[in-house]
Design a protein around this ligand. Structure first.
Ligand code: GLN
Length: 194
């Protein structure tokens, strides 16, 4: 099994290092030809508008959508989650539209630009230490989207930050920036079980 990491912009190197640390065969994906070789795709954090523009320029949007429709597992973190989603609450930007969710970019606001929190994740025994960097949250999800973890605002509003829809996994935070490999392992196990 080989997991490609979309390497147009953002922290793709950290995903590669994390996948290698759990003995997964991985490489950087920049072209439709690269995409053909992988069994699953990770889309890193970074800047979703830049990833979207570069993916458009390199002719990757349709091939990635097609692979997703054909059942290829995908894992998007932060900007990667935005890129997978159907909509943002802001203006238009290129998105794959395969994850039935509307995301709000930079949702946590300026004063809490970046923060860390321990999250309870459904299916994992111990909490995950989650790193949020100018992170989105999910505003609306479709009926097929399962929420695995959420954050609660001081006012009580609850926002999903880790979701699964079929073979797509998406997080608002950056598991690739911690030493905790459990989410990558969960993703890899889901590829193997498909
Ligand atoms: N704020 C970025 C965006 O909207 C995401 C930040 C990140 O990936 N850490 O694309």
């Amino acid at each position: 099994m080989t997991v490609g990491v979309l390497a147009l912009q953002g922290d793709f190197r950290e995903h590669i290092a994390m996948l290698r640390s759990i003995d997964v065969d991985t490489y950087e994906v920049r072209t439709p030809e690269d995409l053909e070789r992988c069994d699953a795709l990770v889309i890193p954090g970074g800047e979703s508008t830049t990833i979207g523009k570069l993916a458009t320029r390199y002719g990757l949007i349709e091939p990635i959508r097609q692979r997703c429709e054909d059942g290829m597992p995908m894992f998007g973190t932060c900007a990667g989650m935005i890129f997978l989603a159907t909509a943002t609450t802001g203006g238009f930007q290129p998105q794959l539209g395969v994850l039935d969710a509307a995301v709000e970019r930079n949702a946590f606001g300026r004063q809490v630009d970046s923060f860390e929190a321990d999250l309870t994740v459904s299916g994992l025994e111990d909490p995950i230490h989650a790193v949020f960097i100018r992170a989105p949250w999910i505003d609306k999800i479709g009926a097929d989207v399962e929420v695995l973890a959420s954050v609660t605002e001081p006012g009580g509003a609850v926002h999903p930050v880790l979701v699964r829809q079929g073979r797509i996994l998406a997080s608002s935070f950056h598991p690739e920036l911690t030493g905790d490999t459990r989410l990558h392992q969960l993703f890899v196990d889901s590829i193997a079980s498909g």
